[in-house]
Design a protein around this ligand. Structure first.
Ligand SMILES: CN1c2c(nc(N)[nH]c2=O)NC[C@@H]1CNc1ccc(C(=O)N[C@@H](CCC(=O)N[C@@H](CCC(=O)N[C@@H](CCC(=O)O)C(=O)O)C(=O)O)C(=O)O)cc1
Ligand SMILES: N[C@@H](CCS)C(=O)O
Ligand SMILES: [Zn+2]
Length: 768
């Protein structure tokens, strides 16, 4: 029996990579310094895994920015616009230019698009393909890392994203072909990579094909057979472990089992039922099974008794040699090390397991499975049973009042008092906003200075009063500045928030938060997801103080700003002892209370952000309806308590809306602000076709880039939006919050946005 790992977090246990990268980008350290930090992280990761006793340790799971971008660079899929830069710069500079864009020395290069990695909060860089796309081996990253690991005596298993998933995750940049048509062109380069790894001494290679968890066309299914047959023919000696995760193989199982690979990985956390299906499958013959037992997407201790049931079943059918033990997916999505959490409640800590502890769990499971009667095995089992039992019975988890509140919900709790058309009249009368009201999405730049204040507060170097005074100052400045430039609906800037989810997690009961539980979101950006361990309730006001403060000093309306229940759920580590929907409703009730508290305090416009509604969609379409029903109900529960005159906004980003537009409409927010600028407003087609009734703020510029949009561009975009939507329903705003931007470009962009609104208003008046 072997243990192996599918991938390890790579930001460093103290976010060393993030810090080094940001210094490198600022020109403060050299490329060599960055390489040194990277190597230290890799070595530390390998040693940790070796020390835990993992038999096969992944290499090439490290990345300076993103593993999909790594493969694009390795196979030479560099978009044409970067070619001139490529000729002048180092490979790292080109790599980061593709990741982040390049706007200097006469270049104005847009980065690759970034999108969600399946249903996670990790974002990858979307490969770009053209009809005449060519590929060629253009780097040495996996080879270098394999050699580095070998030198340290690590039994290394290179990890590569599979050729089919790679192509399917990319985007065609011109019409008339499909990315999967490029397989024949890609395979020679892909085989060159395998050849080189084999020549260096690799025996096992992990090829990730997470697209096997999606609904696939018959054409793609056939490609799987062709490709893996070709790879097997080319490398009969090389052993391939094919990894799928995040959902079942489902109806791709027959294909997966027919492939000439040496081992198949199953995510038993997301799909426990597939083990029986596989063990009973007539095609199961030559393959070993890698059991994805330990949850790579969550932080709870593994339940050994459950895992051992799976292990025993697999051994019975296949024999010990053909059973591998693994995490369900890469540990990239978990924090590094629970031992760093010295402030966590010890009772809660006993229920948890982070990346490093998950490695120990694998090793302990292996020992229990091999030597079930050994003293240490019995001890491991006993300890584990005790932790699991304590959690199930803990008073900290269960709150009767919350459970009762959920049971007592009525249909009317999910519905605004009046229909939208009546509300709209009342709100237009009350708010007296101009045509094309301008607003922003909530956050203003979270500068180093603001973050430093919080850091000092946490370290006790600043008192709460001193901190509050500084946040007051920043909020006051931003309110006055918004009024000065003429924005219509103001925001308080969110300076008091570390993150739009963690902030609420720190204030709600049933949540815990960590000191070092960082998880990579994209590139150097990380999040610290809170841990939902118990029934959720709201012991204190969470946002009222800062909204009321801002409203008091403002001459115009200030939007209250909340994160919605589905997004809080999606971006937290969630309970595994009750359905996600139950937790979502509990959070929704807490947010509903906050909404009512804001209303009572005189806030007339309240935004409830739900950027993660779409990413929460299950990977298989058959599961969509169930999810969308409870997710939209959770939003409605959070937003429906208010009077008709109170205007509820929601905000979404990173979303394609076509296939879920009826559900978006069903949220019944008075105003929805959405990311549309990158699609040049084309996303609005769905709203037009559906005759979406409520008001919409289509984003007029991309906030991911420092580029300042020109007034004329914004006018053009809104004129385009007017071909989709009634002008009375249009708001003007950026795509998303401005927290990652600098002040300089923020100011310039918003001034242009307000000027554009003025021009548009006068154009409409002229034609009236
Ligand atoms: C909108 N997005 C979000 C997602 N998920 C979330 N949970 N939150 C989101 O906002 N998913 C989708 C997108 C992803 N986008 C982003 C955008 C930006 C970040 C980001 O900037 N992350 C920060 C960390 C934010 C934070 O928690 N800050 C804390 C602590 C800051 C810190 O490191 N302090 C230093 C001292 C200060 C200093 O010297 O700078 C320290 O303690 O050592 C805070 O503000 O208090 C990042 O830096 O990565 C993430 C996802
Ligand atoms: N209100 C949040 C939404 C981000 S999706 C912000 O402005 O940052
Ligand atoms: Zn957003």
């Amino acid at each position: 029996m072997q243990t192996h790992n599918l991938g390890y977090p790579r930001i460093g246990s103290q976010r060393e990579l993030k810090k080094a990268e940001e210094l490198f980008w600022a020109g403060k350290i050299s490329e060599q310094d960055l390489e040194d930090v990277s190597l230290q992280i890799k070595i530390s990761n390998w040693e940790t895994q070796k020390h835990a006793g993992i038999d096969w340790i992944p290499v090439n799971d490290f990345s300076l920015y993103d593993q999909v971008l790594d493969l694009s660079v390795l196979v030479g899929a560099v978009p044409e616009r970067f070619k001139k830069l490529a000729a002048q710069k180092s490979s790292n500079e080109l790599y980061f230019a593709m990741a982040r864009g390049y706007q200097k020395e006469g270049f104005d290069l847009k980065p690759l698009e970034m999108t969600k990695w399946f249903d996670t909060n990790y974002h990858y860089l979307v490969p770009e393909f053209t009809k005449s796309q060519t590929f060629s081996l253009s780097g040495d990253k996996p080879f270098r890392e394999f050699e580095e690991a070998q030198k340290l005596g690590i039994q290394a298993k290179p990890v590569l994203l599979g050729p089919i998933s790679y192509l399917l995750l990319g985007k065609e940049k011109e019409e008339g072909f499909s990315s999967i048509d490029l397989l024949d062109k890609l395979l020679p380069t892909y085989t060159a990579i395998l050849k080189k790894l084999q020549d260096l001494g690799a025996t096992w290679i992990q090829i990730d094909e997470p697209c096997l968890a999606l609904d696939l066309t018959a054409e793609v299914k056939v490609k799987y057979q062709e490709v893996y047959q070709r790879l097997h023919t080319a490398f009969p000696e090389l052993k391939i472990i094919l990894a799928n995760y995040f959902d079942c193989y489902g109806d791709n199982l027959d294909i997966a089992l027919s492939l000439p690979v040496d081992a198949l990985h199953l995510d038993l956390v997301r799909c426990p039922s597939q083990l029986d299906d596989i063990l009973a499958h007539p095609a199961l013959a030559h393959q070993a099974l890698s059991l994805g037992l330990v949850d790579g997407r969550n932080i709870w201790k593994n339940n050994y008794e459950n895992s051992l049931t799976y292990i025993r079943k697999a051994i019975e059918k296949l024999g010990k040699e053909k059973v591998w033990l693994a995490p369900s997916c890469s540990l990239l999505h978990t924090p590094y090390d629970l031992d760093l959490e010295i402030q966590l409640d010890p009772e809660l800590k006993d229920w948890l397991s982070f990346g490093k502890q998950k490695l120990d769990e694998l090793q302990e499971l292996k020992e229990i499975a091999i030597l079930p009667d050994a003293e240490h095995s019995l001890e491991y089992l006993k300890q584990n049973e005790q932790s699991i039992a304590k959690k199930a019975l803990s008073k900290k988890v269960h709150n009767k009042e919350v459970k009762n509140a959920l049971i007592s919900l009525k249909a009317s709790d999910f519905k605004r008092k009046a229909e939208f058309t009546s509300r709209q009249k009342i709100q237009k009368e009350k708010l007296q906003l101009p045509l094309f009201p301008t607003t922003t999405i909530g956050s203003f730049p979270q500068t180093k200075e603001v973050r430093l204040l919080r850091s000092k507060l946490k370290k006790g170097e600043l008192s709460q009063e001193q901190y509050d005074a500084e946040i007051e100052k920043a909020t006051t400045e931003v309110i006055h500045w918004q009024e000065e430039i003429g924005l219509d609906v103001l925001v308080h800037g969110e300076f008091e928030r570390n993150d739009m989810v963690e902030y609420f997690g720190e204030l709600l009961d049933g949540f815990a938060f960590t000191q070092h539980g960082w998880v990579q979101s994209y590139g150097s950006r990380c999040v610290k997801p809170p841990i939902i361990f118990g029934d959720v309730s709201r012991p204190v006001d969470m946002t009222v103080k800062w909204s009321v403060f801002a409203q008091k000093i403002a001459k115009r309306q200030v939007k209250g700003m909340l994160t919605g229940p589905v997004t809080i759920l999606q971006w937290s580590f969630v309970r595994d002892d009750q359905p996600r929907s139950t937790t979502a409703f509990q959070i929704a009730l807490a947010i509903r209370e906050e909404v009512l508290a804001l209303e009572k305090a005189g806030i007339q416009i309240i935004q409830i952000d739900e950027p993660a509604i779409r990413e929460g969609l299950p990977l298989r379409k058959k599961d969509w309806d169930n999810y969308l029903t409870w997710a939209i109900e959770a939003f409605r529960l959070s937003s429906s308590g208010v009077e008709d005159q109170t205007q509820v906004h929601t905000h979404m980003c990173y979303s394609e809306f076509n296939d879920i537009i009826s559900h978006i409409a069903n949220m019944d927010a008075d105003v929805i602000t959405i990311e549309t600028s990158r699609s040049e407003m084309e996303l609005l087609g769905a709203f037009k076709d559906f005759r979406y009734p409520n008001e919409i703020g289509p984003g007029v510029y991309d906030i991911h880039s420092p580029r300042v949009p020109k007034k004329e561009e914004i006018i053009d975009l809104i004129q385009k939006a007017m071909t989709y939507l009634p002008e009375d329903n249009i708001w003007i705003n950026p795509d998303c919050g401005l927290k990652t931007r600098q002040w300089e470009e923020t100011k310039a962009a918003l001034i242009n946005m307000v000027e554009a609104a003025k021009v548009l208003r006068s154009q409409v008046l002229d034609t009236a």
